[in-house]
Design a binder for this molecule. Structure first.
Ligand code: UDP
Length: 480
């Protein structure tokens, strides 16, 4: 029998900045509060917070979900501006979690039963050991990347990334071989310090009490089987892995007039007829590539919603400004593009309510940078993808989605030597047409709809993801 007067069990969360990290941890927190009767403290690293993440975590307040801002550390903007994205992310997290021990001690709630962190917050172990709070990781990328990450210290015991120079694919035990071309952005020779930081965090994965993944058996059967049963992973030993996906943002409140008009425009379009083009929270294209993309869309004569950002030579230049763009990115599209495509397309500046668009009946495909959240959102709403990977592990995701899952086609953006290649308008036109109206598109859409149904099932009471989370929640509730 539930003791009404006993305080609800309490769990704390610590994500690093960025929508891709915040979203799954926040959605897990929401589930614990709304389905499993927990209270949650959700720490925010304010130093890297973006407009997009602030509006998201304040959109639907819940009485038992307490947002607690970590004090802003003294970091010089000049120092930050000179850092690469991963270095900056790791640095602001490291500085922000210094007072974590005293912040947790000062909370007017029972001691947390667990602290759930994401992959860049592994500096908490000492504080949590002192406070006797077990640490869980929410690995916010694919299980495929998780298997690679757990194998990495064995593959690359020196931590210098030499293995990407080998011609043969990397074979993670029990998993589909990975072409080294697809690893070169993740293990960049030109940014070895970034890789070393990531390597350090990844090497600490085996120290956690459990690892959540935003996935489920039907989406990633190969990697989930490997990580649970393959002797290599059993022997590490790998902490228990809990697939609890698909966890995605709820449909966003549609706020601005332009967003309302875009959704109203979608309402008028035929079912599955619109291609949604968005490159994650920070993805950007070069000026030349953006021009080719715009021309490719126009030539394809398909309906589209295109999210446009100011072009950049760095593929992730929008990461710390997600949700806003100081310039008018429309100025970077070909002359007359917006007017000429007015009847079939909508151009959105910088940020769109992505889940509202993907869950709309008119959306028929998604041209995506293959961030894991975007993929899970697409699959959850039965939308096939055109994979246009840009940075981090996105090339691995693209390969898995096309070769293993059968829910995407790859845009040929990776050259034989692993370099990023420019895709011309004709190629873009043909891929878009094939997915929107060709036989290939039909197969992808069928597969996406199957996964949509399986995602719904696994999250409902009695489904595998629901039950997995219920078991962990139960173990936290009874722990003294
Ligand atoms: N997103 C959005 N509107 C946009 C672009 C992105 O709402 O115009 C959201 C998207 O729904 C997803 C997140 O930003 O939840 C991006 O996360 P993902 O893991 O796909 O990529 P990342 O930005 O971390 O590379």
């Amino acid at each position: 029998m539930v003791n009404e007067s006993a305080p609800k069990p309490h769990v704390a969360f610590l994500p690093s900045p960025g929508m891709g990290h915040i979203t799954p941890l926040y959605e897990l927190a929401v589930r614990l509060v709304t389905q499993h009767n927990f209270q949650v403290t959700f720490f925010v690293v304010t130093a890297g917070a973006t407009i997009a993440q602030d509006s998201y975590i304040t959109a639907y307040p819940l009485p038992d979900l307490h947002i607690v801002d970590l004090p802003l550390p003294k970091v010089s903007n000049q120092v930050l501006d000179e850092m690469t994205t991963v270095a900056r992310l790791c640095y602001v997290v490291e500085q922000s979690i210094r007072p974590l021990r005293s912040v947790i001690n000062g909370l007017k709630r029972p001691k947390p039963k667990a602290l759930v962190i994401d992959m860049f917050c592994t500096g908490v172990f000492e504080a949590c050991k002192d406070l006797s709070i077990p640490v869980y990781s929410f690995f916010t990328a694919s299980t495929f990347l998780l298997t690679f990450s757990l194998y990495l210290p064995t593959l690359d015991y020196k931590g210098d990334g030499e293995f990407v120079d080998q011609p043969e694919p990397v074979k993670v035990p029990g998993c589909t071989p990975i072409r080294t071309q697809d690893l070169m952005v993740l293990v960049p020779k030109s940014m070895i310090n970034e890789y070393k930081l990531w390597f350090m965090h990844i090497s600490r994965l085996s120290m956690v009490s459990g690892i959540f993944v935003n996935s489920w058996e039907d989406l990633e059967p190969v990697s989930l089987k490997a990580v649970k049963h393959e002797p290599f992973f059993v022997d590490i030993p790998t902490p228990p892995v809990y697939p609890i996906g698909p966890l995605t943002k709820q449909v966003e409140p549609v706020l601005s007039e332009y967003e309302k008009e875009t959704i109203a425009w979608l309402d008028e379009q035929p079912r599955d007829s619109v291609l949604f083009v968005a490159l994650g929270s920070g993805g950007t294209l070069t000026s030349e590539q953006l021009t080719e993309l715009a021309w490719g869309l126009e030539l394809s004569q398909q309906r589209f919603v295109l999210v446009v950002r100011k072009p950049s030579d760095c593929a992730i230049s929008g990461f710390f400004s997600a949700g806003r763009d100081a310039d008018d990115p429309m100025a970077y599209l070909p002359d007359g593009f917006v007017e000429r495509t007015n009847r079939v397309g909508r151009v959105v500046s910088s940020w769109a309510p992505q889940v509202a668009v993907l869950s709309h009946m008119s959306t028929g495909a998604f041209l995506t940078h293959c961030g894991w959240n975007s993929i899970v959102e697409s699959v959850k709403y039965g939308v096939p993808m055109i994979a246009w990977p840009l940075y981090a592990e996105q090339r691995l995701n693209a390969a898995m989605l096309s070769d293993e899952v059968g829910v995407a086609v790859r845009m040929p953006v990776v050259g034989e030597g692993g370099e990023t290649v420019m895709v011309g308008r004709k190629e873009i036109e043909s891929v878009v047409k094939a997915v929107m109206e060709g036989e290939d598109g039909k197969k992808l859409r069928k597969r996406a709809k199957e996964l949509e149904a399986s995602g719904r099932e696994t999250l409902s009471c009695g489904g595998s993801s629901y039950d997995t989370l219920a078991r962990v929640a139960e173990s936290w509730s009874i722990k003294t």
